[in-house]
Design a protein around this ligand. Structure first.
Ligand code: ATP
Ligand code: MG
Length: 564
């Protein structure tokens, strides 16, 4: 493709509403254009990248025996009422009326539609198992559309749905799809980690999210090289009595001892004041929950994870204010502790194995030393703390990694939630009518383009992984006319027979061409300059590592295969 014949409107400036590298680079390289909040147009370069992602996903689903369909984006309310989600889904569902006043939604996902379709045709156990998939536009009125196509209101998803005769079959389908997702990530050159996940609005039991580690990620993920992984809201690390036994703080319980700590409140302050490490402290946080007051206990050097905490004490719980703390504990803010406290206590699992701990004395300017469970307080032990990098993996005990992650795919084992409601049943061998067992599996196709860029760029621009680049080779003539340009034309014609080639034939300076080439990030670049014309050479450059090789013009066809 000639640069002058396509449309690649590159930009020098950073667009004002873009903050993440992938969003900035997609706009600056002219891949996408914003039409309205969370609504994007894909320009030729962007569409080529999107097509590559779609192609990999489609081919590998086909290879796995999944059946491609295309369902409508516009779905009637009646269908969504059958599942109960017309009422449940809330403001994210785009709802509209036709001219007769009949109500519809623009589908954010297709469980209802596919279950209705499958239920119509699947009659017997002989028709099972089946996996349908589609690559289709989804609509979600996201509360905060942001980061470009990463969190858009209109976006492209690959959604697949499995149908099986029983739970065992459904698990097999789940495992097949799980393996397929790993294969797809590898083929896309996308680094991704499957993690345990919550099931959310779609419902169901077994669920994994595929997370692409990236600083742009909206979630925190915890993972190990052994393959174990979880989002921070579900993650835990290895804690065992045996391990704790050998820890330095495991000692014989000593008698409680009150110490004067005038004006020192935070763990940091008291730890410095008493010259004791923060891990010897119990942080006591008092919350007002729907059921009354409760306290949350975590080790002094740990912090309570907000998502884990919300799951335990409720979405509406809030920290108690100073007056409430006085009333409940008898002491001021900063001096609360579990010993003698008469409210419900939730303690992080690590607390169970600690001994001779320090916490507030529930009175002004005093702390208590040598607090021990269960001698001095009662608590319900739970997974509350934020897992940190270096904590031991719950599976293998090796050091865990913690990173930000972009959710690029999601797998759910649904069971019969939708098939029961939409009456999708089949007759088993014994002639009994049973609901079909289902699973659903999503991949954010448009989000993956952004995720790939977020994982592959430098301060100059995109660095496309070879397999996913919109073009494999870019040809640049350093001057816009003369022998270098003529030679470039020739090479372009020859290489185009075998490769996808972008030829920068614009009448602009070499500097602009090089800058744009770095920005667009085509993996291999052939540069023809006036000096080379004299020696009969050009340069082949690799965008990823900047490696440059001078190559004789008549050897380009041979040499280029080393680079692509
Ligand atoms: P998120 O937690 O990011 O909102 P989700 O759990 O709502 O995602 P699913 O319903 O599982 O997402 O959708 C399947 C996939 O579709 C996601 O893994 C993600 O890659 C993609 N996706 C979801 N919402 C958006 C969006 N607003 N813009 C772009 N891609 C999205
Ligand atoms: Mg969502």
């Amino acid at each position: 493709m000639r640069f002058t014949k396509t449309l690649i409107p590159t930009m020098k400036e950073v667009p004002s509403d873009a903050v993440t590298p992938s969003h900035i680079l997609m706009l600056r390289s002219g891949m996408i254009r914003k039409l309205a909040s969370g609504i994007y147009e894909w320009l030729p370069l962007g569409k080529k990248a999107l097509n590559k992602v779609e192609k990999v996903i489609r081919e590998l689903h086909d290879e796995e025996g999944c059946l491609e369909v295309l369902l409508p984006a516009l779905l009637p309310k009646s269908l969504w009422e059958l599942s109960g989600r017309w009422a449940e889904y809330g403001a994210e569902l785009v709802r509209l009326k036709d001219r007769q006043g009949r109500e519809f939604c623009l589908a954010p996902t297709h469980e209802e539609a596919i279950t209705e379709l499958a239920g119509n045709y699947i009659k017997s156990y002989k028709d099972l198992p089946k996996i349908f998939y589609q690559i289709q536009t989804k609509y979600r009125d996201e509360i905060r559309p942001r980061f470009g196509v990463m969190r858009a209101r209109e976006f492209i998803m690959k959604d697949a749905y499995s149908f099986d005769a029983d739970g065992k079959g459904a698990e097999l389908s789940y495992d097949r799809m799980f393996a397929l997702y790993k294969k797809i990530c590898a083929a896309l050159s996308l680094k991704a980690v499957p993690v345990l996940a919550k099931t959310g609005l779609i419902g169901g039991t077994k669920s994994h999210e595929f997370m692409a580690p990236s600083d742009e990620g909206e979630e925190e993920l915890v993972y190990c090289r052994c393959g174990w992984g979880a989002n921070q809201e579900l993650a835990h690390s290895k804690i065992s009595a045996a391990k704790a036994e050998s820890a330095p703080w495991r000692e014989d319980p000593r008698p409680l001892e009150e110490v004067s700590t005038p004006g020192v409140r935070t763990v940091e302050e008291v730890s410095a004041f008493l010259k004791m490490p923060e891990e010897k402290f119990i942080k006591t946080l008092i919350y007002r929950t729907a059921e009354g007051f409760a306290c949350v206990l975590v080790r002094g050097d740990h912090s309570a994870d907000p998502a884990k905490l919300r799951a335990i004490i409720g979405e509406d719980a809030r920290l108690a204010d100073e007056k409430e703390i006085e009333e409940i504990t008898g002491g001021p803010l900063g001096f609360s502790g579990p010993a003698g406290l008469k409210i419900k206590a939730y303690a992080d699992n690590t607390i169970k194995y600690c001994s001779n701990m320090v916490s507030g004395a529930n009175k002004k300017d005093a702390h208590i030393k040598n607090i021990n469970y269960p001698r001095d307080f009662e608590a319900e032990f739970m997974n509350i703390r934020t897992v940190k990098a270096g904590d031991p993996c719950p599976e293998c005990g090796k050091a865990l990694d913690v990173a930000r992650g972009i959710e690029i795919g999601h797998t759910f084992y649904l069971g019969t939630k939708y098939s029961e409601k939409l009456k999708a049943s089949f007759t088993d061998k014994a002639g009994k009518d049973l609901p079909i067992e289902m699973g659903c599996y999503g991949i954010g196709v448009s989000r993956i383009v952004a995720a790939l860029i977020s994982q592959n760029h430098d301060d100059k621009g995109i660095i496309w992984p070879r397999a996913m680049a919109p073009y494999q080779i870019e040809i640049i003539a350093a001057s816009s006319n003369g022998p270098a340009m003529e030679k470039a034309e020739e090479i372009y014609e020859a290489l185009s027979k075998k490769y996808e080639v972008l030829f920068d034939d614009r009448d602009v300076s070499a500097g602009i061409k090089f800058k744009d080439a770095d920005l667009i990030g085509i993996p291999v670049r052939i540069v023809l300059g006036p000096r080379g014309m004299k020696t009969g050479e050009c340069e082949i450059q690799s965008r990823a590592d900047g490696k440059t090789e001078a190559v004789k013009l008549d050897k380009i066809l041979e040499k280029i295969s080393d680079f692509t």
